[in-house]
Design a protein. Structure first.
Length: 318
């Protein structure tokens, strides 16, 4: 998706800088939806672990989370599929553990570009919660947010904004106006306004996200990084390129400290910095940052993935 008027595409920042109200932060009891047959036909298949005890199930889950946090989303998908198989075999089809596994698998599939399957998982979760009479639960707020992120990726900004606003309203009613869960919601709403070209509204929401990130005690550096990055996008749209560069560099410093330099999040920061240099007509530096990004991304994503494709397109056009 291109938010710029020039032919150079922004480096898939929507996918990587939208702060998904993600599954990985949920407790095992927070979501509950029944077995989804399409999950078993996931192209990554199931791994044959042949374990049947709770301890081994927890080991698979822990391995999947570790793979996810390292940016190994395909590996994490396989592990979650194996975890789902284990839970089915032990009769836990409708348990909180199964709900968490489905939800996290959806998050992995979204990361590697299987948006339709991820969307099915998120929508199923929302439908089940509403049928259970839990329309005002935090789990429903998460579902709205996750669906909103995929609508955002598809370019349906109006529907995405509607889902994010529903999520925000629920979160404020449950947690109050200064809860850490609002950070990602304000951040995402700001990104949607950017997509709609409503820059003042975007900056207003992004500044709320940054304010809460600084005020609310949180151990998630990604929230700070995303706030700085998204504000940088807003400044870039207003041709305030120095402010944009400062924001992206702050985001890079946070992410490289947390993830290390060999991670997709860091690669995306490189692309964003490259785009700022491109707008400043410093094409040599822009190309250097883009190539550094491409070198990292090829380690994590298949050739067809839009993140890698956008990077290659940008390099070709520069």
């Amino acid at each position: 998706m291109n938010f710029h008027e020039n032919p150079i595409l922004l480096a898939n920042d929507i996918q990587d800088d939208v702060s998904h109200e993600n599954t990985l932060e949920l407790s095992q009891e927070s979501l509950g939806f029944p077995e989804k047959p399409t999950v078993s036909s996931c192209s990554f298949g199931f791994l044959s672990f042949h374990r049947d005890d709770v301890e081994s199930q927890n080991e698979i889950h822990a391995e999947a989370l570790e793979a996810y946090n390292r940016g190994k989303y395909g590996e994490a998908s396989k592990l979650y599929a194996a975890y789902i198989q284990e839970l089915r075999q032990s009769g836990q089809q409708n348990s909180g553990e199964m709900a968490l596994a489905y939800n996290n698998l959806g998050s992995c599939l979204e990361k590697i570009g299987f948006y339709e399957r991820a969307s099915d998982l998120y929508k199923e979760a929302l439908n089940i919660y509403e049928s259970m009479g839990n329309e005002n639960s935090s789990a429903v707020a998460v579902c709205y947010g996750n669906i909103g992120s995929l609508l955002f990726l598809s370019g349906d900004f109006e529907k995405s904004l509607d889902h994010y606003n529903k999520s925000l309203k629920l979160r404020i009613s449950i947690f109050g106006s200064e809860h850490k869960s609002l950070i990602s919601t304000y951040n995402n709403i700001g990104r949607v306004h950017l997509g709609l070209g409503e820059y003042d509204s975007a900056i207003s929401n992004l500044e709320k996200a940054l304010y809460l990130s600084q005020k609310v005690s949180t151990r998630d550096p990604e929230q700070f990084a995303s706030c700085y990055s998204n504000l940088a996008f807003a400044y870039s749209r207003q041709a305030k390129y120095q402010e944009a560069l400062e924001g992206h560099l702050k985001s890079l410093k946070i992410r490289s400290s947390f993830y290390g330099f060999d991670h997709p999040k860091v690669a995306i920061c490189y692309q964003h910095i490259g785009m700022v240099y491109f707008h400043q007509k410093n094409y040599s530096l822009a190309l250097d940052w883009m190539r550094a990004s491409q070198e990292i991304l090829t380690k994590f994503f298949p050739k067809y993935h839009p993140t890698l494709g956008t990077c290659s397109t940008n390099i070709g056009l520069i």
